[in-house]
Design a protein around this ligand. Sequence first.
Ligand code: UDP
Ligand code: MG
Length: 309
Amino acid sequence: MDRLLSVVVSVYNEEKALEDFYKETTGILKDIDWAYELIFVNDGSSDQSLAILERLSASDRAVKVVSFSRNFGHEAAMIAGLDYSSGDGIICMDADLQHPPTLLPEMYKVVSEEGYDCCGGLRCGREGDSVLRGLFSKAFYKISKGLTHMDMSDGHGDFRMMSRPMVDAILDMKEYNRYMKGLFSFVGFDTKWIEYESVERACGETKWSLKSLFAYAFEGILAFSTAPLKLAGLIGCLLFLAGVIFISINLIQSLWIPGAVSSFDIIITVVLMLGSLQMLFLYILGAYLSKDYLENKKRPLYIVRERSQ
Ligand code: UDP
Ligand code: MG
């Protein structure tokens, strides 16, 4: 039976890019041995994107269109595309040609011939990004690496080809907040990264404002780390330490100079100690909450790649 390659593309107000994207991508997909399907997920576009996609789908049976009732965001669009895909290999890419279709044959070769489950595009440079966005991304990946222990690096994006077992593992995770970069990393599987030079958008503009990027980054940390819940523990310990130092200084002073310790010093010490106790109890509360939070996600305890009959 013919093997099938599914290409999932999320689309939000990309009327200016779609025709070029279709031409360039199909031009390259035609030379790949597997049959292919192009799944466009229209994420509530308010421009002519849907009309263009319907026209493409009417003239090309390989083009499938899934259209949302409103804008649900890029992550939801990717999940929907994966849900509707039936290929043995699945590629996720953007519609704005910032994910160069010229990379597809190499991704295909890595997954279909070299035995990898995933071949990801590693973006080099930050062409088309503002300086602020570049700095923000670098800081975010540093912080999230420390907090989540996941292999999420600047340059590792959604542009990738995955095997069916890897996609099934991702789809098995039914949590509501599906931070895709984290899930790609969580499910594991052998991944090869191939570099590509970042390019500016051919047309249109990015859908990400600094505010939405910040919210997205925060979501990512919350979805994969319970460290913020434990922050109270650290602050509590520091306050407690400050209290102990304060008490020690007061004791030593009152031993040498009678009456040197004022009631103000005593009040400060008591406040410090009580504050630290409160923080430590908040930490314990956070620890229970984080256990419950992870239980609620119902993530699998392990993921099997293959097994003998
Ligand atoms: N996109 C989407 N829903 C959104 C925002 C973006 O489906 O709410 C799509 C968009 O059309 C593009 C891809 O996701 O195909 C990446 O978006 P964008 O180019 O704005 O992100 P950037 O490249 O700036 O990170
Ligand atoms: Mg883009």
